[in-house]
Ligand binder design. Structure first.
Ligand code: PMP
Length: 414
């Protein structure tokens, strides 16, 4: 098990002060901080090896290509894909999911077909399916959540029918923290001839994810939530599916042969990577994957399980707080969303910021879920490898300042 206090030395930003207080960064579900190893990999690439990939025959081009394709191999190993050709670099999770909707979806989904998602989806795994359904006449269906914020597998099973083409589901909710049993859902989907796309934006950074053990068909995730730079995401797809899918963008790199009136496509994964890719950020993402692999994803998960257990206990004692999601830390990842005493979460977050505590507040790109929970918004603390119990204590302490600032709400003392 790693020591989160020792790791903090790798993250220069954590030395910063905010409003003259120690920075307590609890907004990791939005984006994580970056260790020196990642920042240096970016600088090293630009200082030593900057060149365009794939086309050059000179030394720098070969180095850049080797490092870029090396990052792809690391991503493949990280999720146990059967090869790097199953890893497409995109800009982020959102683009990865849209890629599936626009290519696989347009080619395979017809009027009357069904796409099944859940009420806890992020807009990135909801709006692309709305667009696909609107374009094709397919129907978008929702699996509802139980009162404790978990999914009911029996209900999911009942909703997967003859016409279901795809189940698209988050592996871990960015609001409730719920970890969904996607392996079980893959079995249910496949038994009825449907595919499973997993939104791994919150799971791949925080738990061991093995695409072959889960048997999912697609998995999308973002570098910036797992210690890497912004601007790089991954779409994992099963090889046969990717081979059969048409490309999304046309241009350089994605072709094999170009005639006047038609073209043929490059091999995987390049068929889906038109134009110059985000070389530097992908290489630095490789450094982030090395960093997480050295910590071990089992250890990352265990650290966050312990921290969430501690946070649920400590926050649970704060009067007038409502915490969302499953009460059992074994069923949830490192995210705790809450509301406090009827105060608008934006106000809560603003006062917390004055105490140096960075949390997010709003609908968290989950407006459908907010409606189910019957709240306009929530505050959210989210953890990562460098967070400690002291950070949770600082959050609880800062909530006391919120209480002092607001004193009472609707005539009731807080
Ligand atoms: N899905 C989930 C569950 C998320 O938490 C996020 C990011 N908040 C996304 C998708 C979208 O990720 P990105 O903005 O990197 O595309």
């Amino acid at each position: 098990m790693f020591d989160p206090r020792a790791l903090r030395a790798d993250f220069p930003i954590l030395e910063r002060r905010v409003h003259d207080k120690r920075l307590v960064y609890l907004d990791n579900a939005a984006t994580s901080q970056k260790p020196r190893q990642v920042i240096q990999a970016l600088a090293r690439y630009y200082e030593c090896s900057n060149a365009n990939v794939h086309r050059g025959l000179h030394t720098l081009a070969e180095e850049a290509t080797e490092q870029y394709e090396g990052a792809r191999r690391k991503a493949a190993r990280f999720i146990n894909a059967s090869g790097p050709d199953e890893i497409l670099f995109t800009r982020n999770t959102t683009e990865a999911i849209n890629l599936v909707a626009l290519t696989w979806g347009r080619a395979n989904v017809r009027a009357g077909d069904e796409i099944l998602i859940t009420e806890m989806e992020h807009h990135s795994n909801l709006v692309p399916w709305q667009l696909l359904c609107q374009a094709t006449g397919a129907r978008l269906r929702y699996a509802r959540i139980c009162p404790d914020g978990t999914l009911d597998l029996d209900q999911v099973a009942a909703l997967i029918g003859e016409r279901t083409r795809l189940v698209a589901m988050t592996h871990m909710s960015n609001v409730l923290g719920t970890i969904n049993p996607v392996g079980g859902v893959a079995r249910l989907a496949h038994a009825r001839g449907a595919l499973l796309l997993v939104d791994g934006a919150q799971s791949v950074p925080h738990l061991p994810v093995d695409v072959r053990a889960l048997d999912c068909d697609f998995l999308a995730f973002s570098s910036h939530k797992m210690l890497g730079p912004t601007g790089v995401g991954v779409l994992y797809g099963r090889r046969e599916l990717l081979q059969a899918m048409p490309p999304l963008f046309g241009g350089g790199e994605m072709i094999s042969r170009v005639e006047e009136q038609f073209s043929t496509w490059n091999e995987l994964p390049w068929k889906f990577e038109a134009g110059t890719p985000n070389i530097a950020d992908a290489i630095a993402f490789g450094a982030a994957l090395d960093y997480l692999s050295a910590l071990g994803m089992e250890a990352v998960r265990e650290h966050e399980r312990q921290l969430v257990a501690y946070a649920l206990e400590a926050l649970g004692q704060v009067p007038a707080i409502t915490i969302y999601g499953p009460p059992d830390p074994a069923q949830r990842g490192g995210v705790v969303a809450f509301n406090f005493g009827g105060i608008h979460p934006h106000d809560v977050a603003t006062v917390l910021d004055y105490e140096g505590v960075a949390v997010r507040a709003g609908h968290h790109c989950c407006q459908v879920l907010m409606r189910t929970l019957d709240i306009p918004a929530a505050a959210r603390a989210s953890f990562y490898v460098y967070n400690t119990e002291e950070d949770v204590d600082a959050l609880v302490e800062a909530l006391n300042s919120v209480r002092e600032v607001f004193g009472s709400v609707a005539g009731r003392p807080l």
